[in-house]
Ligand binder design. Structure first.
Ligand code: CA
Length: 232
């Protein structure tokens, strides 16, 4: 499930957005100021941020620029909200690094469509579409993982880990990147945790002869690769 951070000082608007997003199946956290938003992001990296331009103190625009310049938040998907429909504002918002831009008032359907479009572009694992790599297939909607019709039982962390690896196959991910993207935070968890869950995931995949799809890349991290000899 995707976590969305809503940064908006007008609590009625923030609550309305939150209710609609929760109804659509998202987890939602609300922050009323830029510094509260920064605290939330430092604690758990969200999958997407809805960021109001007009905030007391530091503006949404300045916060977006700040996030774009920090390594950990460089890729954070951001949708900016504004009450002003000026074309120059839109350009400034996109220049500051927002992925999309929405003018108030907007409909819930429009907001959800923009969120899904941004997530699809920037974080395909956040969506419920079926993914298949080699002999392995995963349906996040039903939480079913299978190979050649045989189901693989996975714990929630192994499921999220496999989902991330399958939606970012053939690329090498460091332990710290995996902690950030799968666990949602890399600050308080030891990198060894990743090794423990990779071991469990391999043990589960052994049942369908897919354990070797998860490669250890020495000194770099892990990679899921389409394995030619999955039946070997
Ligand atoms: Ca506002």
């Amino acid at each position: 499930m995707s976590l969305i951070l809503v940064v908006e000082d007008e609590s009625a608007i923030a609550e309305l957005i939150a209710i609609n997003l929760r109804h659509a199946g998202f987890d939602v956290v609300i922050a009323a100021t830029a510094s509260q938003a920064q605290t939330e992001v430092d604690s758990v990296l969200p999958d997407l941020v809805i960021l109001d331009w007009m905030l007391p103190g530091q503006s949404g625009l300045a916060l977006a620029r700040q996030w774009r310049s920090a390594a950990r938040t460089k890729e954070l998907p951001i949708i900016m909200l504004t009450a002003r429909a000026e074309e120059t504002d839109k350009i400034s918002g996109l220049d500051a690094g927002a992925d999309d831009y929405l003018t108030k008032p907007f409909s819930t359907n429009e907001l959800l469509a923009r969120i899904r479009a941004v997530l699809r572009r920037k974080a395909p694992e956040a969506l419920d579409s079926v993914v298949a790599v080699g002999a392995l297939s995963m349906d996040p909607g039903t939480r079913r993982v299978s190979s050649a019709g045989i189901d693989v039982k996975l714990g929630p962390t192994e499921f999220r880990l496999l989902h991330f690896l399958m939606t970012h196959a053939e690329r090498v991910h460091s332990r710290s990147q995996l902690l950030d993207r799968v666990w949602g935070d890399h600050v308080f968890i030891e990198e060894r945790t990743v090794d423990v869950h990779v071991k469990r995931l391999r043990e589960a995949l052994e049942k369908v002869q897919c354990a070797r799809m998860i490669e250890t890349v020495r000194g770099a991290g892990y990679r899921l690769t389409q394995q030619a000899n999955a039946t070997a």
